[in-house]
Ligand binder design. Structure first.
Ligand SMILES: [Zn+2]
Length: 261
């Protein structure tokens, strides 16, 4: 039994100076696999160079909403670029496991129609590649749900760092999506999200750090790290009134199933 961090930006500069040490501490705490999302075309090459350097690290190919404004190609060309990169990465090994991270973010100033075009291109790429999608959604659940219904990725995906109500969680579940559980649940004030994630079936949940972002309660302002993932598992177990072993075992099975690990 081991922990899988289903969403960790471990390639980011924040880990440049001590990545090996952090990974060593992760292993000591039972974390054996990390999924590293793609965020921009210019990052894919270095991301996979890193992913290919360590068994247990996996990558995804995508364009994050925050990087849409620097995207210099048309959505149709982006779809081709993703397909070509995934085919290239999968030629040597099985380290490329998803399309993403992609999605919609109502908290940034990039116009929503530009974000939608880029998101839809990635949903089409996922469909073409028979891969799951890693979705970033901030204050845009109804739009994301509409596009997932219009272009359903056949392998489903995950709504990473899920934050929302029980009703919204159910909508995603019906679409075959998992919900990513991260540091948000360590904050008592996140009662709506805590309630939703305590009540949906454990078979629909994945654990994630979203490191270096999303520091846990008590660590605001610090770099978040995948080594803290056991605290997310412990908090989820407390909220659900079950053992942490059960949380770890089921979420590991879920992640292996979604990403075909
Ligand atoms: Zn992310």
């Amino acid at each position: 039994m081991s922990l899988i961090d289903s969403h960790c930006h471990f390639d980011f500069e924040a880990f440049a100076s001590d990545r090996g040490d952090v990974w060593h501490r992760c292993r000591a705490r039972g974390i054996e696999k990390l999924i590293l999302p793609g965020v921009s075309i210019s990052q894919w090459r270095s991301l996979f160079a890193l992913v290919n350097s360590e068994p247990g690290w996996y990558g995804a190919v995508g364009v994050h909403p925050w990087w849409v404004k620097e995207l210099a190609i048309e959505p149709a060309r982006l779809q081709r670029a993703i397909v070509e990169r995934v085919v290239h990465e999968r030629a040597g090994n099985d380290c490329c496991v998803a399309v993403g991270e992609c999605g919609l973010d109502a908290g940034i100033d990039t116009p929503m129609d530009e974000q939608v075009a880029v998101f839809k291109a990635q949903l089409r790429a996922a469909k073409e590649l028979h891969l799951p999608v890693i979705v970033h959604c901030v204050r845009a659940h109804s739009e994301v749900i509409r596009h997932l219904k219009q272009t359903p990725p056949e392998r489903g995906g995950v709504i990473h760092a899920f934050s929302g109500s029980r009703e919204i969680a159910e909508e995603y579940r019906k679409l075959g999506f998992y919900l990513g559980v991260g540091g948000t649940i360590t904050y008592a004030r996140a009662s709506k999200t805590r309630h939703a994630l305590a009540s949906v079936p454990l078979e629909s949940l994945l654990l994630e750090s979203d490191a270096p972002d999303m520091p846990h309660a008590g660590r605001q302002g610090e770099r978040n790290s995948p080594e803290y993932l056991p605290e997310v598992a412990e908090t989820l177990a407390q909220l659900r009134g079950i053992s942490v072993d059960k949380v770890i075992a089921q979420t590991e099975e879920n992640a292996c199933s979604l990403f075909n690990l």
